[in-house]
Design a protein around this ligand. Sequence first.
Ligand code: B12
Length: 446
Amino acid sequence: MPKKKLHLLLINPWIFDFAAHDLWAKPLGLLVLGGVLRTRGYEVRLIDCLDSHEARMHGITGMKPAKRGIYGTGKFFRVEVPKPLALRSIQRRYWRFGITPELFVERLLQGPAPDAVLITSGMTYWYPGVQEAIRLVQAHLPGKPVVLGGTYATLCPDHARRRAGADYVLTGPGEEKILPLLERLTGHAVPVLNHENRQPLPAFDLLSHLDYVCVLASRGCPFRCPYCASQFLHPRYRRRPPPEVADELEFWHKRHGVTDVAFYDDALLLDAEQHMLPVLAEVRRRHLALRFHTPNALHVQALSAEVCEALFATNFRTLRLGLETADPAQQERLGGKARLETFSWAMTNLIRAGFSPKEIGVYLLCGLPGQKPAEVAHSIRVVQDHGARPYLAEFSPIPGTLLWADAVRSSPFDLKAEPLYHNNSILPCRSFGLKELQRLKDMCKE
Ligand code: B12
């Protein structure tokens, strides 16, 4: 153990965006690190700028109370803020989601001064929240080292090093990189643990309220879809042993009364016979009365009759399938993963297993470079013909992906210089306009 207790402050920064909802959005990466660091003897504290349960926020002028919805999801507190210069031409209101900066500063100054501050980052275009949090940390805790990691830091490391204001920017999975850095910063050796082989649980208990937990049964993805950044964020595809996943679910359910669980896996059902089916069999054997949600799409080719029956039997309530498009040529361009016949087969299996088609949401990519609105409209109709609900996933271009060069070429925005333009809400590649997008969204509601 370190000789003196070392204190770490973890920060989940604000979101600055046109829209944001708590649809099972928790800073899982930061909480994973919190879990690891606690087992190494650090005292860990969290400021969650997106805390929707912060009692002190109620009644603050201009702040809408954060309503909670079904399955633990809900709204964030929000206040309108001026748009950054780069987004001035976009005719939509821009918000800071989360607690007030005054409350953030109050929280910063509570408790023992930290030996280091660890801040996470989400979408690349959310970096203004990271900048703001770091600016306030440096103003109120001068001299404390600030370490930045997460999605933005990994996908835009040069921008993050130049613009975020952190003392250190670490890319990729943080578990191994953070320990030697903390040793260097604090001058204290991190104890070696040889009795524990399994990963400690993510520190969800640091959140002020547990509406739900997010779980990963695997990391990374063996597919290389041209729009996706999974391989850069989690370079190795790894699956956790099924009993370990079941233990984690049982822990949150029995010790913390959690009912709702969102899986964050990029390839949850891959090789399900060897992996997820044993996990779900354990859930049933242990009588865990949970509800499961898959906001990150499921691969349709994995939805065999047996898998669908297991999903239904274990109470999967929110299903999102990744069809991407119903156009065969576009499907080919996107890696040929989800063909139409496979989608129809998956829908039949889900319905036979007991799901109502209305419970099944299907993601369709929208705003890809060169994509015509007619292609999206056709895909919407195909999904509706199957009785399911189409959800448009507006394309967000990501540096390093195969589609990046096409995206840069087709976009009227300077995607390379400014991550704010990666924002899916502005339809960055503009193969059609925002009015057309609204028409397609209205079609989805029909
Ligand atoms: C879960 C998820 C969501 C959740 C929300 C997550 C959240 N917390 O806000 C939901 C479902 C709501 C969502 C929505 C969207 N998402 Co999303 N999402 C993910 C997903 C699948 C997992 C993220 C995650 O938690 N991983 C698990 C944890 C353990 O990993 P991690 O966060 O990377 O953390 C590790 C490291 O980064 C590091 N680390 C993290 N923090 C720190 C801090 C320090 C100090 C250090 C040292 C290290 C460190 O260590 C951690 C442990 O190894 C990623 C894909 C992926 N594989 O990462 C996409 C991803 C982030 N999303 C993406 C996209 C495109 C979207 C959408 C735009 C999709 C759409 N078109 O609708 C929307 C946007 C919503 C909005 N309002 O703008 C893109 C990124 C886009 C971008 N420009 O940044 C990704 C990368 C997927 C992709 N296509 O490639 N998403």
